[in-house]
Design a protein around this ligand. Structure first.
Ligand SMILES: [Cu+2]
Ligand SMILES: [Zn+2]
Length: 239
């Protein structure tokens, strides 16, 4: 009982100590307050946006052929770029990839976000599809569908994607993988179809990392120019 009493007195004393120290004008209190705020900010928004980018975040993924892919398969290189408005804007992406066969009637190639940014065993160590909500394929946030190369290239802008670069489900530090085959979009009537769309071997992959605005803007104007070029050509052909 005596021990308990002395414990309580001790606690009360130390509590008094805290009250005195927590005077809002005192330095230690400000320090603690700042640390707690930072902690919350980091928990809620692991990536903060700086003023230079007007509330946008940009990321790049530098695609390289998998070290596990045979030499006779397409050796895919290029970039996948991402842009998103802080903190609930929808994700936009530019896919600019090269190294496919030149014939224009080839089948589509699946592109997904995979769970890990681990390329220690080529693209084979990137794990399965990033699936934070435990749902079936193709409802994963990084199921980007099929891409059809033209003249050996994929050049595509996509808006309104459901993946995010903010918060606990951020894709930053994860990977983008391009596959040899077409995604069956979950309609393959087997287990693998609901996990990965039976898209076959992993041709190339990359890890998603933050980048500057200029990379996105340069690439977007290239993709837009290409589209303009195609539209002009079509207009000329029709004339
Ligand atoms: Cu995949
Ligand atoms: Zn998927």
């Amino acid at each position: 009982m005596l021990l308990l009493l002395s414990l309580v007195t001790g606690l009360a004393l130390s509590a008094t100590g805290v009250v005195i120290e927590s005077d809002p004008n005192s330095e230690p209190f400000h320090d603690i307050q700042k640390k707690v705020n930072d902690l919350w900010q980091n928990l809620l928004y692991p990536v903060m946006v700086n003023n230079e980018t007007d509330g946008m975040i940009y990321a790049t993924c530098e695609m390289l052929p998998s070290s596990k892919i045979d030499a006779d398969k397409p050796q895919v290189t290029g970039q996948v770029l991402f842009k998103q408005y802080y903190s609930y804007g929808r994700l936009e992406a530019i896919f600019d990839l090269d190294g496919f066969p030149l014939d224009n009637n080839q089948s589509g190639r699946a592109i997904h976000i995979h769970k890990l940014g681990d390329l220690s065993d080529g693209c084979d160590s990137t794990g399965g599809h990033y699936n934070p909500f435990s749902v079936n394929h193709p409802r994963h946030p990084g199921d980007f569908g099929n891409f059809f190369p033209k003249e050996g290239k994929i050049r595509k802008y996509k808006a309104n994607l459901s993946a995010t670069m903010f918060g606990p489900y951020s894709i930053l530090g994860r990977s983008v993988v391009i596959h040899e085959q077409e995604d069956d979009m979950g309609k393959g009537n087997n287990k693998a179809s609901l996990e990965n769309g039976n898209a076959g071997k992993r041709l190339a992959c990359c890890v998603i990392g933050i980048c500057n605005k200029n990379l996105w803007e340069e690439k977007l104007s290239e993709v837009a120019d290409k589209k303009k070029g195609r539209l002009n050509k079509r207009a000329q052909n029709q004339a």
